[in-house]
Write a new protein. Structure first.
Length: 217
């Protein structure tokens, strides 16, 4: 059987790409990668060649191409993880799905003001009131999930929810966001994953800079 292929953007910037990549890695699923450097001259041709929607991530599995990070993670869960991408408990799955949906469609100020930039670390970053509201909501959400599941991951074992919030953990680290101690531990746990370290090393090796994603203090 040939391996699935994950089509992704720059590892330094593409938060949507990190989600399925981390999920596959954490569950030890073999896959090949195609990288599309975002907003470069090569991007349009590569997008046409490898994606149905001109966006990443996309997973290609034989003749099938699945796009959008949520659909990609759900495909991975059903096709390769035997459903283990979610916990078994109905209450926890439902809380997790709500949290993932909230991440997928929400937090616009966090996304805009604190773009993922895994290789940078800022000191003295000050979030606007609206971005701070997003941060506060994520803090409350993570606390709720960790308390409900008992941890150490958001839903107990590592799940799609952690894959979805890993880019936020990365942002909190990059922009040095103040967090309660238990959540500092959660962020550290994400950053110390072997898979995250691999992603970071690859991001550091990238040479492209997307000026719009580089915050100037
Ligand atoms: N909702 C989509 C968003 C995907 C998305 O916006 N990807 C960005 C990269 S992180 C992209 O491909 N941008 C290229 C473009 O907009 O032309 C998902 O979850 O996969």
């Amino acid at each position: 059987m040939t391996q699935p292929v994950l089509v992704i953007g720059n590892k330094n910037y593409s938060s949507w790409s990190l989600r399925p990549w981390l999920l596959l890695k954490q569950f030890g699923i073999g896959f090949d990668e195609i990288h599309i450097p975002l907003f470069t001259d090569q991007m349009p041709q590569l997008m046409t060649e490898h994606t149905p929607c001109n966006k990443v991530p996309v997973i290609k599995d034989g003749d099938l191409a699945v796009w959008d990070s949520l659909a990609v993670c759900e495909y991975i869960n059903l096709r390769f993880l035997d459903g283990k991408g979610w916990p078994e408990d109905l209450q926890l799955i439902s809380l997790g799905r709500s949290a993932v949906a909230e991440m997928h469609s929400g937090f616009p100020d966090l996304r805009h003001e604190l773009p993922m930039n895994v290789r940078r670390s800022y000191t003295g970053f000050k979030a606007s009131e609206k971005a701070q509201q997003d941060i506060d909501r994520i803090i409350a959400l993570w606390q709720q999930l960790l308390e409900s599941s008992g941890g150490p991951w958001l839903l107990g074992d590592f799940s799609i929810a952690d894959a979805f919030y890993a880019p936020v953990a990365s942002r909190f680290n990059t922009y040095d966001i103040e967090l309660p101690e238990a959540l500092q531990r959660y962020v550290k746990q994400i950053l110390e994953l072997e898979a995250y370290q691999e992603w970071l090393a690859d991001a550091k090796a990238e040479t492209e800079v997307i000026v719009e994603e580089e915050v100037e203090l």
